[in-house]
Design a protein around this ligand. Structure first.
Ligand code: ZN
Length: 122
């Protein structure tokens, strides 16, 4: 399994991560024809770095949402215990963008925390 993401979206996500720094940002990813194309920013993240702020109750019902993204204000792109718990509840795939928020600092994970290859689509 591979995570396919539109280049424009990836660049936008990197920008969002930079803008939010030193806090995290979080969003839900929308897929179209097997490619992530769009992000819905999580409306009211719990403030502060290193927090878990996805609440499933605030997820809009939307069948095209197939994953999540959030940033880490540290150089560690690995999911925390809280992240893994959330991933397993949510299903889908999950991107983590670690500092310094470049293409190389993006990782994708399955809902059981296994790292997945990312394909950037132009
Ligand atoms: Zn995290």
């Amino acid at each position: 399994m591979k995570v396919r993401i539109r280049r424009e979206l990836l660049e936008y996500l990197l920008q969002l991560a930079r803008n939010a720094y030193p806090n995290e940002f979080a969003g839900f990813l929308r897929e179209k024809d097997g490619i992530f194309e769009e992000v819905l920013i999580a409306p009211n993240p719990h403030a502060g770095p290193r927090s878990i702020f996805f609440d499933t109750w605030m997820l809009p019902y939307d069948e095209s949402i197939k994953g999540t993204v959030h940033s880490h204000p540290s150089p560690a792109p690995w999911p925390s215990e809280g992240d893994l718990e959330f991933f397993s509840k949510f299903g889908g795939v999950h991107l983590i963008i670690a500092w310094p928020f470049t293409e190389d600092s993006v990782r994708a994970y399955s809902s059981d925390g296994v790292e997945l290859p990312i394909e950037v689509v132009d």
